[in-house]
Design a protein around this ligand. Structure first.
Ligand code: GTP
Ligand code: MG
Length: 195
C-alpha cells in the first residue's frame, strides 16, 4: 500500500467538502501536538507531506491523502488545546466530531496518545464518541523516544486499563516514534491489512 503513490488530495473545512466515501478510510486523531502529522510523514517516508509544527493547532482542516488506489488516509485537527482564537477552534472541533461520528467508510480511527502523558480526559471523550458511532479505534503511542524504557510498561498498562472500558477499542497498542522510526513498519503493516 505504501509502495504505491501517496498524494495530498484536499483540505476540508466542512462536512459538505468531504470526498465521496468510495475508498477504505483510516484517520489519525489525537490531542493537539501529539504527533499526528509527523506520523503520516514517517509512514509515507515523506518529510513534509503533512505540515507539522511546535505550536499546537497546526492542522486546522481535515486533510485527505490518497494511499495507492484503494485507501484514503486522513490527518485530523487536534483536540484538547490549541493556540488559536476560541471561535475558530470551536468550529474545527465541531467538524472533527461530525467527521468521526458520520463517515460511513471510516474503517479504523487511530487515536494517538503521547507516551509521556498517557490517556487524558479529552481522549476518553473521543473514545466515547467513537464507541457511540461504532467506529473501531486503535491507540498508537507516540514519541516513544521521549519515554524511558523503564517507564514504558507502566504507561502501556495505563492505556490498556483505560481502553478496557471502551467497546469500540481494538486492544493491540502500537508504540511508535516518528523521530527514530520505532514501530513505523508495524503500523504500516496494520494499515495494509485494513481492507
Ligand atoms: P496538531 O496538528 O497541532 O494537532 O499537531 P500534530 O498532532 O499533527 O503534531 P505534529 O506532527 O505537528 O508534531 C508536534 C510536535 O511534536 C512537533 O514539534 C514534532 O516535531 C514533535 N514530534 C512528533 N512526533 C515526534 C516523535 O516521535 N518524537 C519526538 N521527540 N517528537 C515528535
Ligand atoms: Mg497536525
Amino acid at each position: 500500500l505504501f509502495e504505491g503513490p501517496v498524494d495530498f488530495l484536499k483540505g476540508v473545512v466542512a462536512m459538505s467538502g468531504l470526498p465521496p466515501a468510495d475508498r477504505v478510510e483510516l484517520c489519525f486523531a489525537g490531542r493537539s501536538n501529539v504527533g499526528k502529522s509527523s506520523l503520516i510523514n514517517a509512514l509515507t517516508d515523506r518529510k513534509s507531506l503533512a505540515r507539522t509544527s511546535n505550536t499546537p493547532g497546526r492542522t486546522q482542516e481535515i486533510n485527505f491523502f490518497t494511499l495507492g488506489t484503494s485507501h484514503y488516509m486522513v490527518d485530523l485537527p487536534g483536540y484538547g488545546y490549541a493556540k488559536a482564537p476560541l471561535g475558530v477552534v470551536k468550529k474545527w472541533q465541531d467538524l472533527l466530531k461530525s467527521y468521526l461520528s458520520g463517515r460511513p467508510n471510516l474503517r479504523r480511527a487511530f487515536v494517538l496518545i503521547d507516551g509521556r502523558h498517557g490517556v487524558k480526559a479529552v481522549d476518553e471523550e473521543i473514545f466515547s464518541l467513537l464507541d457511540k458511532s461504532a467506529v473501531t479505534f486503535q491507540c498508537v503511542i507516540t514519541k516513544a523516544d521521549k519515554v524511558k524504557t523503564t517507564a514504558q510498561e507502566a504507561m502501556l498498562d495505563q492505556v490498556r486499563e483505560r481502553l478496557s472500558r471502551h467497546p469500540a477499542a481494538f486492544p493491540e497498542l502500537v508504540l511508535t516514534s516518528s523521530n527514530d522510526g520505532t514501530g513505523i513498519a508495524d503500523l504500516r503493516a496494520i494499515i495494509a491489512n485494513l481492507a
